[in-house]
Write a protein that binds this ligand. Structure first.
Ligand SMILES: [Zn+2]
Length: 591
C-alpha cells in the first residue's frame, strides 16, 4: 500500500479535524462549525467511514490531506509529513522522497508527451494530425504545445513507460493509468484521443487534457486527475509560454478554454492564459500577481461564461487587481473570433472596458434609467459591485462617475452603498469559496435524487424511465444527470457505488466538492432509511418534479395561447388547446 493511503488508514479523520474544530456526533456523521467560513449553525460534516469532510455552507470538502493543507496553508508534501508524524509512519527516505517522487512523476509525464507526440507523425496518428490541422493549427503550434495522439490501445503507453523503467504504481500516480477493478493491474487512461499536455510554469508537463476522436464517445474531453504534481486550481494553462509577454505587455488576458490560448498564441497574442474551464481561483490569482496586476477577462459569451467571469471579478477585486472586461465582437470564444477575423479580435481587445464601466454600461442603460421602478434595482446592482472595490480612491472615482450618470449627489449614493460584508461572497478570502447560487426548490429535490442515485446505482434505471432529462431546468444539473445515465448504460456489468463515483470524479464538470457533497448528502437527509424507504422517497421526488414540470409547461402554454388568441391564429389555438389538454390529464393523474 502506498504510504499516502497507509497514513490515511491509520488516522481517524474525526481526530485530525477535531484538533481544529469542535465536532459533535450526529448520526453516522460528526458536525461542527466550519473553519473555512463564518457561521453560527454548524453545517460542516465529517464522515469517518468515508474519510471525508464537507461543508454545506461554503462547499469546502475533501480528505485529511486537503483539510490540513487548507487549514495550515501548506502544500501536499508538508501535509503528508505532518500527518505521517501523527500516524507514526516513517516516510521512506523522509522528505527527499517527496521531491524525488515528484521528479519521477514529471519524468513520466514528459516521456508520455514525447511518445504521443511521435505517434502523431506515424501512420497510426494520421487522423489525429488531420484533426489538429482541420482546427487550423500550424506545424509550429503543434510542435511547441507538443500535442500528440494516444493509440486506441489498453496498454500501449503502460508498456512504453515500463520499458523506460517506471513502475506501474508511479505511472498510476501520475494519472496516466486507471486501476482495474479488483486491483488486478492497470490500463491506459487515455485511448484513441488527441492529447494536449498541461505545463507548469517551468514548462514541465504535469498533466493532460485529451479529446476523443470517436464520435460515439460520451466524454469529449477527459483530464488527468489531481495528483502530487497536478493541481488544477493552481494551474494556469499557457503561463509558461505567456509569462514574458505578460510582463512585456503589462497585462494578461485570461480566457476560459485551453484551445483559446493556443489560437491566441498562434495568432501572435502571447500574453494569453486560461483558467481552464471554471472561474479563477485564489491560488491562480496569487501566481498571476507575480507577473502583473492588470487583467483582461475574456470569458465565453454564454451564460455560464459570464457567471464564471463574475465570480472571477469578485476574487480579483479582493486581490486588488485592475480588471478589464473584453466583449467579443464576434463568436462565442476567442478561438472562434480569431478564426473568423483577426481584426475583430483586435477590435475587441481595444474596446475592453474597465469592469466598473462595464457594469455601468450593462445595467444603467437609458431604458433602465427611464423610470424609477427599473432604475432602483439597476442602481442597486451597480452599487453592490462598487462596494467590492477595496481601494478607496478607486471607489471614490467610480462613485463620482455614477453620481454624474444618475444625476444624484455623491452623498446620497455613498449612503446607499451596501455593507461589503453583506455582499462579499468570500468572507475568508484565503480560501476559495464557491458562491452560493440561490437554489430553487426543484434543484434541492434534484440533489436528493442525485444523492440517492449515486449511493444506490441500481435505482438509476427507474429514474431514467420516469425522469426525462428535459424536466431539469438547470443546464449543469441536466448535464450531470445525462452523464450519469450514459455511464450507467455503458457499463458492462452492474455498477457499484465506488465505480460510479470514480467515474464521475473524472468525467463531470462540476467542482469535486460538489460531488463529495452529493455522496455525503444521503446521510444528512436519509439517515436510518432502509432501502425500501429510499425507494419510496425517490418515487415521491420524481413525482413532485414531474408535477412541477407539467405545471410550468401548462403555464407556458397558457401564455402562448393568450398570444395566439390576440393574433387570432386559429390553427395555433387549436394545437395549444390540445397540448394543454394532454398535459392537464397527465397532471391530474399525478394528483
Ligand atoms: Zn464552510
Amino acid at each position: 500500500m502506498d504510504q499516502v493511503d497507509e497514513i490515511k488508514q491509520k488516522l481517524d479523520i474525526i481526530q485530525v479535524v477535531g484538533e481544529y474544530v469542535q465536532l459533535k456526533k450526529a448520526g453516522v456523521n460528526w458536525k461542527g462549525r466550519c473553519p473555512f467560513h463564518n457561521e453560527k449553525t454548524p453545517s460542516f460534516m465529517v464522515n469517518p467511514d468515508k474519510g471525508i469532510y464537507h461543508c454545506f455552507g461554503c462547499n469546502e470538502g475533501g480528505d485529511i490531506y486537503s483539510f490540513v493543507q487548507k487549514i495550515e496553508g501548506i502544500d501536499f508534501p508538508e501535509a503528508l509529513r505532518l500527518l505521517a508524524g501523527k500516524a507514526g509512519v516513517q516516510l521512506e527516505q523522509y522528505d527527499p522522497r517527496i521531491s524525488s517522487q515528484k521528479n519521477r512523476l514529471l519524468d513520466i509525464c514528459s516521456a508520455a508527451t514525447n511518445h504521443w507526440h511521435e505517434i502523431l507523425y506515424l501512420a497510426q496518428g494520421k487522423k489525429a494530425l488531420e484533426y489538429l490541422q482541420k482546427r487550423g493549427l500550424s506545424e509550429l503550434t503543434i510542435k511547441s504545445f507538443k500535442f500528440g495522439y494516444a493509440l486506441e490501445s489498453w496498454d500501449d503507453l503502460l508498456k512504453y513507460l515500463k520499458s523506460k523503467d517506471f513502475t506501474e504504481a508511479e505511472i498510476f500516480l501520475a494519472g496516466l493509468t486507471v486501476e482495474k477493478s479488483g486491483g488486478r493491474g492497470y490500463y491506459d487512461r487515455f485511448r484513441d484521443r488527441v492529447t494536449f499536455p498541461v505545463f507548469d510554469i517551468h514548462s514541465n508537463v504535469i498533466g493532460f487534457s485529451a479529446r476523443t476522436l470517436n464520435k460515439d464517445e460520451a466524454a469529449k474531453y477527459i483530464n488527468s486527475p489531481e495528483n502530487p504534481i497536478y493541481h488544477k486550481g493552481r494551474t494556469l494553462y499557457g503561463l509558461d509560454k505567456a509569462k514574458q509577454a505578460i510582463r512585456d505587455n503589462g497585462y494578461a488576458i485570461i480566457v476560459e478554454g485551453n484551445m483559446d490560448v493556443v489560437a491566441c498564441h498562434q495568432a501572435g497574442f502571447k500574453n494569453v492564459i486560461a483558467c481552464s474551464g471554471t472561474a479563477l481561483t485564489v491560488e491562480q490569482i496569487k501566481i498571476l500577481k507575480r507577473y502583473t496586476e492588470n487583467i483582461a477577462l475574456c470569458f465565453d459569451q454564454d451564460e455560464a461564461g459570464q457567471r464564471a467571469a463574475q465570480r472571477s471579478v469578485d476574487l480579483l477585486w479582493d486581490a486588488e487587481m485592475n480588471i478589464k472586461i473584453v466583449q467579443l465582437a464576434y463568436g462565442k470564444d476567442p478561438d472562434e473570433c480569431i478564426k473568423h477575423d483577426i481584426k475583430l479580435w483586435e477590435q475587441s481587445l481595444r474596446s475592453a472596458k474597465l469592469v466598473m464601466q462595464f457594469y455601468i454600461d450593462k445595467y444603467l442603460t437609458e431604458e433602465a434609467l427611464s423610470n424609477i421602478n427599473t432604475k432602483k434595482p439597476a442602481t442597486k446592482i451597480v452599487l453592490q459591485e462598487l462596494a467590492k472595490i477595496k481601494n478607496k480612491i478607486e471607489q471614490a472615482h467610480w462613485l463620482k462617475e455614477l453620481a454624474n450618470k444618475l444625476d444624484l449627489s455623491e452623498a446620497i449614493l455613498r449612503e446607499s452603498i451596501p455593507n461589503p460584508s453583506m455582499t462579499s461572497l468570500n468572507p475568508q478570502k484565503t480560501f476559495v469559496v464557491e458562491p452560493k447560487v440561490e437554489k430553487t426548490q426543484d434543484m434541492k429535490y434534484l440533489e436528493k435524487v442525485f444523492t440517492i442515485l449515486i449511493n444506490h446505482p441500481q435505482l438509476i434505471s427507474y429514474a431514467e424511465e420516469f425522469l426525462p432529462i428535459d424536466y431539469i431546468q438547470s443546464t449543469e444539473m441536466a448535464t450531470f444527470y445525462k452523464n450519469l445515465l450514459i455511464h450507467y448504460n455503458e457499463a458492462s456489468c452492474e455498477l457499484t457505488r465506488k465505480q460510479l463515483v470514480e467515474w464521475l470524479a473524472n468525467n463531470h464538470d462540476l467542482p469535486t466538492s460538489y460531488l463529495d457533497s452529493l455522496i455525503i448528502y444521503i446521510d444528512e437527509v436519509y439517515e436510518g432509511f432502509r432501502i425500501d424507504d429510499i425507494n419510496n422517497e425517490l418515487i415521491g421526488l420524481i413525482k413532485t418534479l414531474t408535477k412541477h414540470h407539467l405545471e410550468a409547461t401548462i403555464k407556458m402554454l397558457t401564455k402562448e395561447l393568450e398570444a395566439a388568441e390576440k393574433r387570432n391564429d386559429k390553427e395555433q389555438i387549436q394545437m395549444l388547446m390540445r397540448e394543454m389538454q394532454t398535459k392537464s390529464e397527465e397532471l391530474s393523474k399525478l394528483k
